[in-house]
Design a protein around this ligand. Structure first.
Ligand code: PGA
Length: 271
């Protein structure tokens, strides 16, 4: 059976950067500079900037094809959780959400079990989700990277229905982000990222995902820049990038999305 072509996705994670005014302007500029119809583009600003980014993109003709995502969601739909934001609250503001980013695992003590609950809460609210996984440097050096990521994927998906994507090719995406590569300027090698993507799909197959996980887009993240995006997009098992620091720079995003567009066009031609 021929598997459906996987989409090519470039998501920008702005982390704790930009005021609402700056975010609207940045989103507009990035939308104009990345107008590449073959690439699914997602911008994930801080919560307080979601409205500004949504409105800026709606006003900008090139912005209509850019989706807005949240960087996190709470695992409950509502309740006594001071300072938190739930998935249903994002209605009308965001259509995507990142869950399990390593900075939240590190700073907010998020466990695989909690991340799994966030993932299910986000999907239940209709959000498209990007689940982040990735090993520490000691795990990579100790030859445990695949084992660690396998454990994370299983831990986050325990109790989840393998039909998590709900028939939406963009409903459930995994971002492989080796922790040692995030914000360090030291990216993984394309071949290592591809090997990990293959291993993750093996885990998804073992968990009972239809098609052995072949339908699930897998992104690489960790110091992605215009200078190294080609190395990842050249790997057939990698479907795009989750970009941090470089996603705040329109020139970088323009070049990253342009390179992703070549892969999207090649896939479309081969389909
Ligand atoms: P970076 O961040 O591109 O700045 O390394 C990636 C991420 O944290 O998603």
């Amino acid at each position: 059976m021929i598997r459906p072509m996987r989409p090519v996705i470039v998501a920008g994670n702005w982390k704790m950067h930009t005021t609402p005014a700056e975010a609207g302007e940045l989103a507009r500029t990035i939308a104009r500079r990345t107008n590449e119809p073959g690439v699914v583009r997602v911008l994930c600003p801080p919560f307080v900037c979601l409205t500004a980014v949504r409105d800026a993109l709606a006003d900008e003709p090139a912005g209509r094809g850019v989706a807005v995502g949240a960087q996190n969601v709470h695992h409950e739909p509502a309740g006594a959780y001071t300072g938190e934001i739930s998935a249903p609250m994002l209605a009308g503001l965001a259509t995507w959400a990142i869950v399990g980013h390593s900075e939240r695992r590190r700073d907010a003590g998020e466990t695989d079990e909690l991340i799994g609950r966030k993932l299910r809460a986000a999907r239940a609210a209709g959000l498209r989700t990007i689940l982040c996984v990735g090993e520490q440097l000691a795990d990579r050096d100790g030859d445990r990277a695949i084992e660690v990521v396998d454990r994370q994927v299983r831990g986050c998906l325990a109790g989840a229905n393998p039909g998590l994507a709900g028939g939406d090719p963009l409903g459930f995406t995994i971002a492989y982000e080796p922790v040692w590569a995030i914000g360090t300027g030291r990216n993984a090698r394309g071949a290592d990222a591809a090997e990990m993507a293959g291993a993750i799909r093996g885990t998804l197959a073992a968990l009972g995902f239809a098609g052995g996980g072949e339908d699930v887009p897998i992104l690489y993240g960790g110091s992605v820049a215009s200078s190294n995006i080609a190395e990842f997009m050249a790997e057939p098992s990698i479907d795009g990038a989750l970009v941090g620091g470089a996603s705040l720079k329109p020139d970088e995003m323009a070049a990253i999305v342009a390179r992703a567009g070549l892969t999207a066009a090649a896939r479309a031609a081969a389909a």
